[in-house]
Design a protein around this ligand. Structure first.
Ligand code: ISL
Ligand code: CA
Length: 562
């Protein structure tokens, strides 16, 4: 009998709503403040539902809105059944959900169950004594000859272990010391997670984005990690543990399969070779993963704060490889930015001379490749990195922790600030810019993090008024992809242009139609040796094309060939 990975038709033509959808991610703290306290909230999102609906998105993914002390902006949950006080209350959540559904937008929630906040009741109990019934909800190790149990380190700098006086042990935290890792080996923990998932699903939500789900199964030998072997990447060190698939299949059996929903697992450490084990249609685990192939492209062995040069060629190769790996058996997710990275336009495009052109080109890549595309809030108006000047401008615990360690090691603080002002996560977390009023109309008070000072030019109101805006181009692309299912389900082939590596071109086809996308990722015009069809492209980011084979800087074209 053929092995499942030799049966391409398993995926083929299995049409699903979540394959045809466009996702929009909201980071609630920074989206829209409705009451002047400087913090975005549920009412703010409610006000903007018509905007989301006009954009044409199908799925809203909300970053965590649960009760949290905000050590990591909601990714440290102290109560899974309550709404963060600053964001609103359950009545407002119910109102938002109903309103979204009225507008035919589905709601996907963040599921953060690799860890909880240290303020969660379970942890408050667990840390009291070794025979507390909740003790085994977390992961404990004794000191090793008075030292740390092993060399495991946290994603956010420093060791992954924190001492607990009362029980004279260390607990594991792969992220901050206030994010204690749950013990998935304990069946009671898993049942609590499933119960909580059912609570939200029974309210009518449409799925989950699962935070660092690749990390939930730990190596119980607690052996030292070979940091060199994993090139310093904690994701690679901790991901894909021995029981992760067993846990996800159990979750599928007990919860997921009973609902018509969509699941995306966030997967640091999920490489090409692992992805289908999570998303293969025959696996009964998840629908998609967020892989980090391109997102970690500039991380060095020391992490994001000592970035490396990256090449366009590698960037293109990653997109091609993932398409091939997932195309037949699983399903890809497509994204260029989220709340953990600098602005996609500043990172992958040209945010000065060719801001509009390159933003449109990046969108063209997202919406014409095979997979489910996602937009991060503000990218649809071409928001750029914020000019942070000093360490006080930053809010992210990742940046602040690394700064503390950097300075403690006697290194130059200026260098760190300059780098963080380029690679830090806070760029994605500055307020969405709605209009030209102070702070981009995000708040009537003081925003919790500075607004990008370019709000007088870059804001939603201005984009609505300009027929040539990035925003209108997004709308056009979204509509186009909806009208042409070939762009969703069709096959993919990357086309090589011998002349220059700045061009990424591919065709998409099925029985009904065929499309060609050509993208010039460069600041210079290029004469291409690709075979262009006669006639005008269906979509482009330049008003006129003088010479068919000549691509302007950051020019993007989509042709319908048949
Ligand atoms: O941004 C990173 C580190 O600098 C990534 O490695 C990131 O931490 C990783 O992808 C996991 O991200 C998710 O879980 C974290 C949270 O801080 C992120 O915001 C979230 O997206 C812990 O819950
Ligand atoms: Ca508020």
């Amino acid at each position: 009998m053929a092995k499942p990975d030799q049966i391409p038709y398993i995926r083929r033509m299995k049409n699903q709503w979540w394959k045809e959808s466009v996702i929009y991610q909201i980071y609630p703290r920074s989206f829209k403040d409705s009451n002047g306290d400087g913090v975005g909230d549920l009412n703010g999102i409610i006000q903007k539902v018509p905007y989301l609906s006009n954009l044409g998105i199908d799925i809203l993914w909300l970053s965590p809105i649960y009760q949290s002390p905000n050590d990591d902006n909601g990714y440290d949950i102290s109560d899974y059944y309550r709404i963060m006080t600053e964001f609103g209350d359950m009545a407002q959540f119910d109102e938002l959900l109903a309103l979204l559904h009225q507008h035919k937008i589905r709601l996907v929630m963040d599921l953060v169950v690799n860890h909880t906040s240290d303020e969660h009741q379970w942890f408050q109990q667990a840390r009291q004594s070794k025979d507390n019934p909740f003790h085994d909800y977390y992961i404990w190790q004794e000191a090793l000859q008075g030292q740390l149990p092993n060399n495991w380190k946290s994603f956010f700098s420093g060791p992954a272990w924190e001492w607990n006086e009362a029980t004279q042990e260390y607990y594991l935290h792969l992220f901050t010391r206030r994010q204690a890792d749950l013990n998935w080996e304990n069946p009671a923990v898993r049942q609590e997670v499933y119960k909580m998932m059912r609570f939200w699903l029974d309210k009518g939500i449409d799925g989950f984005r699962m935070d660092v789900i690749s990390l939930i199964s730990k190596d119980l030998s607690f052996a030292d990690k070979d940091w060199q072997a994993v090139a310093g990447d904690p994701g690679a060190a901790y991901a894909n543990g021995p029981r992760v698939h067993e846990f996800l299949q159990e979750m599928h059996r007990e919860v997921l399969q009973h609902y018509d929903i969509m699941t995306i697992g966030e997967g640091p450490g999920i490489g090409l070779e692992h992805a289908n084990d999570y998303v293969g249609a025959d696996r009964h685990e998840l629908n998609m993963v967020f892989h980090f192939g391109h997102m970690f492209i500039d991380f060095s062995e020391e992490g994001r704060f000592i970035p490396m040069k990256w090449s366009r060629r590698d960037f293109f190769r990653i997109f091609e490889e993932w398409d091939q790996a997932l195309g037949e058996r699983g399903w890809n997710s497509l994204y260029l930015g989220n709340h953990d990275f600098p602005r996609m336009l500043s990172r992958w495009g040209n945010d000065t001379t060719y801001r509009k052109e390159s933003a449109k080109l990046l969108a063209t890549l997202l919406f014409t490749l095979r997979g489910t595309p996602g937009i991060y809030q503000g990218d649809e108006i071409g928001m750029t990195n914020t000019p942070f000047q000093k360490i006080e401008d930053f809010r992210d615990v990742d940046t602040l922790n690394h700064y503390r360690d950097w300075v403690a090691a006697g290194k130059d603080p200026e260098t760190f600030v300059r780098t963080a002002a380029w690679v830090g996560r806070d760029h994605a977390r500055t307020p969405v810019l709605w209009d030209a009023s102070p702070n981009g109309g995000f708040t009537e008070g003081e925003p919790w993090i500075m607004a990008n000072p370019n709000y007088p030019e870059i804001n939603v109101e201005a984009a609505e008024a300009d027929p040539d805006s990035i925003l209108h181009y997004y709308r056009k692309l979204i509509r186009y992809r909806k009208e042409h299912k070939t762009l969703v389900y069709g096959e993919t082939e990357v086309l090589r242009d011998a002349a220059d590596t700045a061009i990424y071109a591919f065709r998409r086809w099925d029985k009904q139609a065929e499309f060609l996308t050509v993208l010039n990722f460069g600041n210079d015009p290029i004469s291409s040796d690709l075979a262009f069809p006669a006639g005008a492209p269906a979509l482009t980011n330049y008003p006129n094309i003088s010479q068919t084979n000549l691509l302007s800087p950051w020019e993007a074209r989509v042709y319908q060939i048949r």
